[in-house]
Design a protein around this ligand. Structure first.
Ligand code: FES
Ligand code: FES
Length: 193
């Protein structure tokens, strides 16, 4: 048996050293060594998306990513987004839309949605559908999840606006007159909430 290597992982802005075989899946180190249980073990084969984390902002399946590869990147897990007291806008949107039954898929859905909105602040329904198409939800809450991602995009734009200086914010608000009523009107079911 190979002796463990000392691996350095940059997770949620903090450096961690763990002793493990460099081929160990990142997911195992996050959950078992660092007690970060946001990423879930689903299939273990890179198929379901439950274990998704961001490596340098890119959604990545941590069950099939070795520690050796992960060492070269900044890793963000669900715990790195927000807290129970102060959720990230994407997390807040999923709460607002009640976009879960068992919730097992939500880590992957939220991390993938966050990366999409960072890259594309106003995604279309098709873009959302395409981005999430490899994230499986066995409970079938797809309509609520789509709605949550639309809402998340609005909340993230609003959060960005609030962080701007007053004059810049006013100019941006005039340029992007989108509000949550748009999300309600374009909900896939057509139902008002
Ligand atoms: S557990 Fe990683 S993709 Fe399913
Ligand atoms: S809410 Fe249960 S798997 Fe998605």
């Amino acid at each position: 048996m190979k002796p463990p290597a000392l691996l350095t992982l940059d997770v949620n802005g903090a450096r961690h050293t763990v002793a493990a075989d460099a081929d160990t899946p990142l997911l195992y180190l996050l959950r078992n060594d660092l007690a970060l249980n946001g990423p879930k073990f689903g299939c273990g084969l890179g198929e379901c998306g439950a274990c998704t984390v961001l490596l340098d902002g890119v959604p990545t399946r941590s069950c099939v990513t070795s520690a050796r590869v992960a060492e070269r990147h900044a890793i963000t897990t669900l715990e790195g987004l927000g807290t129970r007291e102060c959720p990230h806008p994407v997390q807040q949107a999923f709460i607002d839309e009640q976009a879960a039954q068992c919730g097992y898929c939500l880590n992957g859905m939220i991390m993938t949605a966050k990366a999409l909105i960072d890259r594309c602040p106003d995604p279309t329904l098709d873009e959302i559908r395409r981005e999430l198409s490899r994230n499986l939800c066995r409970c079938g809450t797809h309509i609520e999840i789509m709605r949550a991602v639309q809402r998340a995009a609005v909340l993230m734009r609003e959060a960005k606006m609030r962080a701007l200086p007053d004059a810049t914010r006013e100019a941006e608000v005039a340029r992007l007159p989108v509000d949550l009523s748009v999300v309600v009107e374009t909900s896939p079911s057509g139902a008002r909430r």
